[in-house]
Write a protein that binds this ligand. Structure first.
Ligand code: CMP
Length: 154
């Protein structure tokens, strides 16, 4: 399995509900390391660009409204098979479909208010990570990250 990085967002609903720590504990408990992190309130332009692939879908306008409604935690996770591993910890996107014990089963309250975001592919992880973090702000604990621009394999 490859060492990877993925982008994680703890969304405004979860931040407002004071469950940042509980979510981080689930992420770290799954063997993922937080290698970059910040709290930020996205502008309309940022959220629109970030979720560009959903433009035109019926939930798009509300998604942008929600994601800009308050601060979120944006962070880079690193670990073996990190993209798939984090998606498993998050649980399914649709409300009610997330496996018991996953972050979304624990904290989502609707399809839109689903507590967390995670990249869905290596290509998107690269794009989403560089959307928020330059490489110098990522504090890798492993030198063999395959989807990093740095390609620091020893
Ligand atoms: P996320 O993983 O951030 O990726 C896109 C987001 O759009 C998704 O989580 C949900 O928050 C939102 N979304 C996807 N499908 C729907 C839907 N059918 N209704 C409302 N929001 C949705």
């Amino acid at each position: 399995m490859a060492m990877e990085r993925t982008l994680s967002i703890i969304k405004p609903d979860a931040v407002q509900n004071n469950v940042i720590g509980k979510i981080e504990a689930q992420i770290e408990g799954a063997g993922l390391s937080i290698v970059a992190v910040k709290m930020t309130r996205m502008s309309k332009k940022q959220a629109g660009d970030f979720y560009e692939i959903h433009k035109g879908k019926d939930f798009y306008d509300y998604l942008i409204k929600f994601m800009t409604s308050g601060p979120a935690i944006v962070q880079v996770l690193e670990g073996e098979d990190a993209i798939k591993k984090y998606r498993k910890v998050m649980g399914a996107t649709m409300f009610g479909e997330a496996e018991p014990g996953t972050i979304r089963a624990n904290f989502a309250t609707s399809n839109a208010h689903n507590a967390v975001h995670g990249s869905d592919s290596a290509e998107n992880a690269q794009r989403e990570i560089s959307f928020f973090f330059p490489e110098r702000q990522i504090y890798s604990r492993n030198k063999k990250v395959t989807n990093s621009k740095l390609e620091t394999a020893a």
